[in-house]
Design a protein around this ligand. Structure first.
Ligand SMILES: [Mn+2]
Length: 420
């Protein structure tokens, strides 16, 4: 079995707005967090030790990170060089430079000829010899239109037609790589891409048509024993046979990842078999405190109570509260800062709510005679919040009116609905 550590989306140098300056180093505390978490991944690779490390792309927030950021990244990966562990660094969308192939921030590792390091900045198959035998890795970096389509014949095509063309092209290129594979050697596809049924954040399916997505069927090929992905920050396993896996980002980049568990994959691989283990990383918590105090009698007390309910020590916290403008004065911001002081960092976002004056319905003006059921329907048409029970309300009103008619005078006056 070949033991692989698969990590992705390091984004070293991101999320500084959620940190603070470390007075000892002058560096952002989130930078230190990210470096520490990356070091935990490398620690594990060395402790096992693994036979191969696969990085799924997005090393930095962009292709030109500051030297101290590049150097921190290099320091961690150099530990793998020293331990003789082969490593594949895939190029993600954040790593690419507009200068085309070879311009990515990770290409320096190829230029320097770092022993046993492979940079995946194009579609290619790499045969690597590990301590536990040979393995072949197809690298599939983030694809741009320019990388797949040489001629500008796409000018008059719609976005979906272009995507179709890109997929046709990709399918042909992948097919060519697959045909050249050694059928007896364990095979990994390492790709930085968006699979069309990937979920992210709050379990939303990504909107189709929002850029280039690859159908899962492109990846679930018999020749692949493991499909190692990068790009989506939420860990997920899209298919079991063969395993198609996003390990997710190693740290929370922003609040959209508040509820996501972070980690990396350990994979034991042989031809036709893969054993997976997701290894969680203990990373800094993000905590949203959202509270509506616009109806509270004591807004300050309500706010303090909401803060105290959540564990905020050492977390990145955002307090977001809804408040009436006349309640703003009594709010003691100093006291709020004191309450939040155990957090690693925090932001306070008050949102002033104004009483929304209910729109007048012109069809229901005073004095205009209208059938009560019609009036009710018009009213309900304007109340989105009552949509679910609208048919029942109408049925009930009809029954009431019918009952009224039976019990009151045989020739009733039209009922006037008074609308507030
Ligand atoms: Mn990406």
């Amino acid at each position: 079995m070949i033991k692989i550590l698969h990590l992705s989306d390091i984004h070293l140098g991101s999320g500084f707005s959620h940190g603070k300056i470390n007075p000892d180093t002058g560096r952002n505390s989130r930078f230190d967090d990210f470096v520490h978490t990356l070091s935990l991944c490398i620690d594990r690779a060395l402790a096992e030790p693994v036979d191969l490390v696969l990085f799924g792309g997005d090393a930095f927030p962009n292709a030109t990170p500051a030297p101290y950021i590049q150097s921190a990244f290099a320091n961690q990966f150099y530990r793998l060089v020293k331990a003789n562990i082969p490593t594949v660094l895939l190029v993600g969308n954040h790593d690419q430079h507009t200068h085309g192939q070879g311009g990515a921030s990770l290409c320096i590792y190829r230029t320097l000829g770092v022993p046993r390091f492979v940079v995946g900045d194009r579609i290619a198959t790499h045969r690597l010899l590990t301590r536990n035998g040979p393995i072949q890795v197809i690298t599939l970096p983030w694809l741009t239109r320019a990388s797949l389509l040489a001629s500008p014949k796409t000018e008059k095509l719609s976005l979906s037609e272009v995507n179709h063309l890109l997929l046709d092209r990709l399918e042909a290129i992948l097919e060519a790589e697959i045909r050249r594979l050694d059928p007896n050697m364990p095979t990994v596809l390492l790709g930085h891409l968006m699979v069309d049924n990937a979920r992210y954040g709050a379990e939303r399916f990504l909107a189709v048509g929002k850029g280039f997505t690859v159908p899962l069927s492109f990846l679930t090929r018999e020749s692949f024993d493991y499909v190692a992905l990068g790009h989506v920050h939420k860990h997920q396993i899209l298919c079991q046979d063969p395993p198609v896996v996003y390990p997710g980002s190693i740290e929370r980049i922003d609040f959209s990842e508040e509820k996501e568990e972070k980690g990396f994959m350990l994979v034991d691989l042989a031809k036709g078999q893969a054993q997976l283990e997701f290894c969680p990383l203990s990373v800094r918590d993000f905590r949203t405190i959202k509270v509506n105090i616009s109806t509270a009698e004591d807004p300050q007390a309500a706010l303090v109570k909401a803060i105290k309910k959540k564990p905020i020590a050492d977390a990145v916290v955002r307090l977001s509260y809804q408040v009436r403008s006349d309640q703003l004065d009594p709010i003691d911001n100093q006291a709020l800062h004191a309450c939040l002081s155990t957090a690693h960092s925090y932001s306070i976002q008050p949102e002033v709510v104004t009483k929304i004056s209910r729109a007048r319905l012109p069809e229901l003006g005073v004095g205009s005679g209208i059938d009560p059921i019609e009036a009710l329907k018009t009213y309900l048409d304007n109340r989105e919040d009552l949509k679910d029970i609208a048919p029942e309300m109408i049925a009930a009103a009809e029954e009431l009116l019918a009952g009224n008619l039976r019990q009151s005078s045989p020739d009733p006056q039209p009922t006037q609905l008074s609308l507030l």
